[in-house]
Each structure stands twice: as C-alpha cells, then as structure tokens.
Write a protein that binds this ligand. Structure first.
Ligand SMILES: Nc1ncnc2c1ncn2[C@@H]1O[C@H](COP(=O)(O)OP(=O)(O)OP(=O)(O)O)[C@@H](O)[C@H]1O
Length: 294
C-alpha cells in the first residue's frame, strides 16, 4: 500500500500541490482524475521520485519510499520515452534486463505482453514505424515488463481505440489481481468509472474526494428516483408540488420527493398499471466530478 501524506509542491510562485494525501491499495485499481493542470502529473512524478516534494511524505507499507523500492515501480510517463528507432521487442527485453532480468526471462516477459497487447506481429519493427496507438501499447508493455511491485500510469488510455482500451483495461485488471497497487490518470471518465475500484479527484492541487468508488457514489447520491411506467405524464400533476420532477421520457420519470410521497407514488403507479422499474438513480462519475470540482 502506498500512502501520500501532506505532499506540497510549488513551481516558483505557483503552488501545484497543496497538502495532497491519499492511498493506493494493493490489488486495487485507483483512478486519478482532475482537469488540466490539476496536479496529476506532478503527483505521479513525486511518487516516482522524478520530482522532489517540498514537504510531505510518500510511504510504502509504512516506510518512506527508497530509491531501491522505486526501481521496483513501473511508470508510464506523460512524455512517452521509448527509443523510436529501436525494435519493439528488443526495447522491452533491454528494459527488463536493466532491472536485472536474464535474457531468457526478459524475452518471455516481453513476448507475453506483446501477445496480450496484440503487438506480436510488430515485435521486430522499429517503434517509430508503429501507429501512435500501437506505440502507446508498447509504452504500457514497457512499464510492465519487469513485473513491477507498483504501477503508475499517466493517461494510459489517451489516443487508444475502443479495442485497445479493452485490451489495456484487461492488462491493468490482471496486474491488480496479482496484488499490485495501480494508479492511473485519465480524462476518460467512462473508462475510469468502469475500471477503477478506488477514485481520487484532484482540483487546483488539492484532493477534493478520495475513496472507494461505490462509497463515493453513495455519498454523492442525490435523492433521485426513477419510475418506469407507460406514459408517465400524470406524475407531475399527481405530485402537485410535493417533489421535483427531473428527466422524463415516454416510459420513465425521475423525481426527488420525501420518502412518504415516494411510497404513495409507487402505490399509485402500481394501481394504475404495470410498473416496469423503480430505482434509486446513482450519480455517474462525471456528475460526481462536476459536483466535487464545480
Ligand atoms: N515544470 C513546470 N514548471 C512550472 N509549472 C509547472 C511545471 N509542471 C507543471 N506546472 C504547473 O503545475 C500545475 C499542475 O500541473 P500538472 O502537469 O501536474 O497537472 P495535470 O493534472 O497533470 O494536468 P493535465 O491533465 O493537463 O496533464 C499546473 O498549473 C502547471 O501549469
């Protein structure tokens, strides 16, 4: 488990991080979301030791992260940094060998990842001859080839097509299943919503919300319910100001109303005809994000 506590960082007069604290748990995927310039890359660089914090601490299993521990981390930086002219597989093997792996073990790890990321056919091509999306897949393989103890990925999904997003999601899930703590940033909130177990929302260098995705959802759940019936036009008149009507379609109506009014509404709907659905509307990650950051 990695813990950031009270991390502060300024670039000259500009404070990029202000008392940043959150946890990345073993075996869980933590999505890191925030607008442009919110402080995600700065935070990730501090975790990796590429940047030094002005104050605060980064602890792994309760101990300040050492250079040796950081060598066991996997990092996909924002500025993608592989050798453009080097062949893809050769490059992965080289990186694993830098971590002390034998040539045979490095080759096996590279081949496994290339296959998983559907890059096997391009293994012997120079990186620069691959499309940008395929170069991105190679970057992800590079972060993983030495089987890191912790994984930090800056925008791993940017520029990937739908199929590649699925492949990368599966790769990250597999890493988490191995017990690795995984932190990934993304502006693709739908992907984060699908993938993450935990969520950290940052804005203006401050953590605005952090925790289990489902608990955050429940915490930010509004009192909105959705009734599914044929032709719900009667509902606003029936409510008669005892609640607020929201999004309405031909077969559903959303509303906010006190418990007793909701109970009466459901009973009335059942008496009038078939009720197709009755559910508490959970906020989407995008809605939570807007509320927290807005
Ligand atoms: N090297 C630097 N020198 C000066 N200011 C910087 C530097 N790097 C980042 N900043 C500033 O620090 C703040 C946080 O930037 P950071 O790159 O961490 O944000 P981010 O959340 O990763 O943004 P994005 O989603 O746009 O990549 C911004 O205001 C940015 O302008």
């Amino acid at each position: 488990m990695l813990v950031l506590d009270g991390v502060t960082k300024s670039y000259g007069e500009r404070r990029a991080l202000d008392d940043v604290g959150f946890t990345i748990e073993a075996g869980r995927l933590t999505g890191f979301v925030g607008g442009n310039g919110a402080g995600k890359t700065t935070t990730m660089r501090i975790i990796l030791g590429v940047l030094a914090a002005d104050s605060g601490s980064v602890l792994i299993d309760g101990i300040p992260v050492s250079a040796a521990a950081r060598r066991r981390f996997g990092y996909m930086p924002e500025e993608r940094g592989l050798y453009p002219k080097m062949r893809v597989r050769e490059q992965l093997v080289y990186l694993a060998r830098l971590h002390g792996w034998t040539a045979a073990a490095a080759g096996r790890s590279a081949d496994g990842l290339l296959e998983q990321l559907e890059l096997g056919a391009r293994a012997d091509d120079p990186l620069e001859s691959l499309s940008l999306g395929n170069q991105q897949r190679a970057q992800i393989a590079a972060a993983l080839v030495h089987q890191p103890d912790l994984l930090v990925l800056d925008e791993p999904f940017s520029g990937l097509d739908v199929m590649a997003v699925d492949l990368v999601q599966n790769v990250l899930k597999e890493q988490a299943a191995r017990g690795v703590p995984v932190l990934f940033s993304s502006h693709q909130l739908d992907v984060v919503e699908r993938l993450c177990d935990d969520l950290v929302i940052i804005a203006g260098g401050q953590i605005r919300a952090a925790g289990r995705r489902d608990e955050l959802r429940a915490q930010y759940a509004r009192r909105v319910w959705e009734l599914g019936v044929d032709d719900p036009d009667w509902v606003p008149g029936w409510l008669d100001g005892r609640g607020t009507v929201g999004a309405t379609t031909d077969t559903s109506v959303q509303l906010e109303a006190p418990d007793d009014v909701r109970r009466d509404l459901l009973a009335t709907a059942i008496a009038r005809g078939p009720v197709h659905s009755w559910r508490h509307v959970q906020p989407s990650l995008a809605e939570i994000f807007r509320e927290v950051v807005g």
